[in-house]
Design a protein around this ligand. Structure first.
Ligand code: SF4
Ligand code: SF4
Length: 237
């Protein structure tokens, strides 16, 4: 493969989409390739898979400035930004967006891709915790494309939770969701649903983690993020 095609990272980073990982489809684990192929015709007929994420507050600031329409402004903004990026920098590239896509499942787990990219380092409260961004990052898009970017080496910093002796996140959880040493959704959910819950629009355990604390979301972004999960909880539990 010609790996000389430059990856235009700056325009994405300027929009807050500042985490990127490129994989050659041929190099993905066989099971992952198979689940892509099973999820829709032609999905295994691309050269590369591109994982896009955001770390920190920049994306939320860019979304606020852009005021995109629709019920999920972050997804809308992400899709528009990526479409503009391809149109401007790679106008002849064939690509398809697997996630976010309103009408189809990505066909591959975001966290599985995060593990391959080295982004997902498990923490006590379900989310990944990275040395640079703490838990203040998220997966924003998965693209299949006939690009020829150099594959990205896996992020290899040591997992912060492995050397965190005090584990302040565990003690900070008012629902006792990590009290047994494993995360318990059946402890977290009832606490979040309780009338006087302090976790309606936030996660106190996440806030207590000192790693990447400078990248913590502001109150509005927390309210948006946890409002979505609270609505899902109300709908499903
Ligand atoms: S407080 Fe420690 S154990 Fe908890 S998420 Fe942060 S680094 Fe991991
Ligand atoms: S949302 Fe609240 S109850 Fe659930 S894990 Fe976070 S701190 Fe604990």
């Amino acid at each position: 493969m010609d790996a000389s095609q430059p990856f235009a990272a700056s325009p994405l980073a300027d929009a807050g989409l500042n985490l990127h990982a490129v994989f050659n489809l041929a190099d993905l684990p066989a099971g992952l390739r198979q689940s892509l192929a099973d999820a829709g015709p032609g999905r295994d007929n691309y050269r590369q898979l591109i994982l896009i994420g955001h770390g920190g507050r920049r994306l939320w600031q860019a979304v606020q400035a852009a005021h995109p329409p629709g019920p999920d402004p972050i997804d809308t903004f992400t899709v528009q930004t990526l479409q503009d990026w391809f149109a401007r920098h790679y106008p002849s590239a064939r690509y398809t967006l697997l996630y976010p896509a309103p009408d189809s499942a990505p066909g591959v787990g975001l966290q599985s891709l995060g593990e391959l990219a080295g982004w997902h380092q498990p923490g006590p409260f379900m989310l990944g915790v990275r040395a640079d961004w703490g838990s203040w990052f998220a997966y924003r898009a998965v693209i299949l494309a006939d690009t020829a970017f150099a594959p990205t080496p896996a992020y290899a910093a040591p997992p912060p939770c492995a050397s965190c002796a005090g584990r302040p996140c565990v003690a900070a959880c008012p629902g006792g969701a990590m009290a047994t040493g494993q995360f318990s959704l059946t402890a977290c959910v009832p606490y979040r649903k309780a009338k006087d819950s302090a976790c309606k629009a936030t996660c106190l355990a996440r806030l207590a983690c000192p790693v990447g604390a400078e990248h913590r979301y502001d109150a509005a972004q927390l309210a948006h993020t946890y409002g979505i999960s609270m609505a899902a909880i109300e709908a499903w539990y």
